[in-house]
Design a protein around this ligand. Structure first.
Ligand code: ADP
Length: 610
């Protein structure tokens, strides 16, 4: 309340009124006093001047024995000119200053000896001063040295002047009270006129401070406050537009960051998380969401030996995988759990409040698929080299043996050449299979799509394999569901798949085994080819890898069977190219069932060339 603008305005006006009235009062009262005294002095000077009528008449009565009474009569007759009244009296005094006659006998009896009386007694004038503030007096020595030597003394008690001053004081006081009342009233309206737009301005600034920009300040006047309100409205508009722009930019950045597949995190220099995107939450989970994950914990999880010191980022221990970049480091192929990441660190500088701060931004790029691809490529190259090296070594060894012994008997030579031929066949098979896979990978396979009866194809294949089947003494059964539709596919390729599976069943089933082939129709226009054997089976751990290139269960047990480990991989690629699926179920020592589901109408176009 005491600090309010209203109170200040009222107080200033009150002080102003009181000060003005005090000054006016003082000047007025001082003026009245001066006027009264100078009026008294003027009157006395005029009346008692040497050639004045009063003095002449007074001189005339000095010869009289009763000169004092006569003088009193003369003075009385000049009463109006001398201004004699109840407050101003005249006296005739002897040279001792005692009253001989006077207008007020009582007062005259107790007349104090004033400086003017003393001066008159000493015959050195009688008007040396007004006698102070209590009274004004005038003394005139008459006929000094004669018998009628006396003093005419006029004394004014100044009571009239005092009463006038009192009246003036009362009037000033009344004027002051009325003035104060008017001032309070005026200041109330003035303060209201000034403070109410300021109050609404204050209210509006509070709204703006709380983020509410829709409220418009009413501009009621064209004065300074009106201009202020106008400027404030303009400022608010600019601020709103700027904030919207900043929000828009931030939103854009957020959208970009949230759409990024890379995890992005920013930390302050003291390790607190500043920003993160959705991918970062997926990677670090709840601790990041609840902001309990700090920079150090993050470094620890990623196993990164880094530390942020001021404006630079440093390695805490040497790390061969760390590559220096312009702003920090990059660590490639960092394994974290089952995933592999390229992790980049950079120092950032940003403004927080008015301070320039530094921090660190981490970008975690998931390179698992690239890493796995690289791995599988490396593995593939190593597998190919290994697979080709074995037959090549045999071919080389047997050829050298034959060449080094020209005397070798024909039977042994033939045996050795047989081995060379079979190893060349094996190499040929591997290279052909790899070529098929390469064409499939590059989508350069020449498909020859036709509509055909699957039952006839399987029968024909059984015929083709009859020799091998009877060699191993297997029993093959074939069952086909009635009304099985013809399918549209690349017949040769599908037959190649069936042949692969069938030959596996023959190979991996001990002699005298049983192989069942079944063709059935599935809903949604699919047909199923099922080839089940009661052979050696496949361990559970290997089943998931069967379709990988060059994968063979226990190489030693399958090497004899002449496998390359590419048969199932090719089968899978061919079936999937047709829009079908292939699955293997197996129990070790009990047998294996391979299921191929093919669409009645394959998704390859007839005679499509890719
Ligand atoms: P391969 O040319 O060596 O037969 P495949 O890709 O056809 O290559 O098969 C991969 C591996 O799966 C084989 O080496 C074999 O160990 C195993 N396998 C495939 N079919 C059978 C089956 N019917 N019974 C047992 N093992 C099988």
């Amino acid at each position: 309340m005491l600090k309010s603008l209203y109170f200040k305005i009222v107080l200033i006006l009150l002080i102003f009124i009181i000060a003005v009235m005090c000054a006016v009062g003082a000047i007025l009262m001082n003026g009245v006093t001066s006027f009264y005294i100078s009026d008294f002095t003027g009157q006395m000077t005029e009346c008692f001047s040497g050639d004045g009528l009063l003095m002449i008449e007074l001189e005339q009565v000095t010869a009289d024995e009763q000169y004092a009474d006569r003088m009193k009569q003369v003075l009385s007759s000049y009463g109006s000119i001398l201004g004699v009244d109840q407050y101003r009296n005249y006296y005739v005094l002897n040279t001792e200053g005692e009253m001989l006659a006077g207008s007020d006998i009582e007062l005259g009896a107790e007349l104090p000896v004033t400086p003017n009386i003393l001066s008159a007694i000493n015959n050195s004038g009688g008007n040396i001063g007004t006698g102070g503030m209590d009274y004004a007096d005038w003394a005139v020595r008459m006929n000094p040295g004669s018998e009628s030597d006396c003093i005419i003394y006029i004394k004014d008690s100044l009571e009239e002047m005092r009463q006038l001053n009192q009246k003036l004081f009362t009037i000033i006081l009344q004027a002051m009270v009325i003035g104060i009342l008017i001032a309070v009233l005026l200041s109330f309206f003035l303060a209201k006129a000034i403070s109410s737009p300021l109050q609404s301005l204050t209210y509006d600034t509070q709204l703006v401070a709380s983020g509410e920009f829709t409220h418009e300040i009413e501009v009621r006047s064209a004065d300074e406050i009106g201009v202020l309100a106008d400027n404030f409205n303009y400022m608010k508009e600019r601020l709103r537009a700027t904030l919207e722009e900043v929000d828009g930019e931030r939103e854009k950045l957020d959208i970009v960051l949230s759409c990024m597949r890379d995890a992005v995190l920013a930390f302050t220099a003291d390790g607190r998380v500043l920003h993160f995107n959705n991918s970062a939450v997926e990677l670090f989970g709840e601790p990041l969401k609840s902001e309990t994950l700090g920079m150090e914990e993050c470094f620890e999880i990623l196993d990164i030996p880094l530390i942020l010191e001021g404006n630079s980022i440093k390695l805490t221990s040497p790390d061969a995988a760390a590559e220096h970049t312009k702003d920090g480091f990059i660590f490639r192929d960092r394994t974290c759990g089952a995933r592999v990441y390229d992790v980049s660190f950079a120092v950032i500088r940003y403004v927080s409040g008015k301070r320039q701060s530094s921090g660190c931004v981490i970008i975690i790029h998931d390179v698992t698929s690239r890493y796995e691809l690289d791995e599988s490529r490396r593995e593939f190259v190593s597998n190919v080299s290994h697979e080709l090296k074995t037959p090549l070594t045999s071919i080389k060894a047997y050829t050298e043996t034959i060449l080094s012994d020209p005397e070798m008997d024909a039977e042994t030579r033939e045996y050795f050449l047989g081995i060379v031929l079979s190893e060349s066949d094996r190499m040929h098979r591997i290279v052909s299979d790899l070529l098929v896979l390469s064409r499939l990978d590059n989508k350069r396979t020449n498909w020859s799509v036709e509509t055909f009866d699957l039952r006839q194809s399987v029968r024909r294949l059984c015929e083709v394999m009859r020799g091998q089947v009877s060699e191993h003494n297997h029993r093959v059964t074939f069952g086909c569901q009635r009304g099985l539709p013809e399918i549209t596919a690349d017949r040769q390729r599908i037959e190649q798949v069936i042949l692969n599976i069938l030959s596996n069943a023959i190979k991996y089933t001990p002699d005298g085994g049983k192989i069942d082939i079944k063709l059935t129709q599935l809903p949604k226009k699919f047909v199923r080819i099922e080839i089940a054997d009661n052979g050696i089976g496949i361990p559970d751990d290997d089943i998931g890898h069967l379709f990988e290139r060059f994968y063979r269960v226990e190489k030693s047990r399958t090497q004899d069977a002449g496998g390359t480990g590419l048969g199932l991989a090719i089968a899978k690629e061919l079936v999937e190219a047709h829009g079908g699926r292939i699955a293997v179920k197996s129990a070790l020592g009990e047998g294996t069932t391979v299921t191929i589901d093919l669409p009645v109408e394959c998704k390859l176009e007839k005679n499509e060339k890719k």
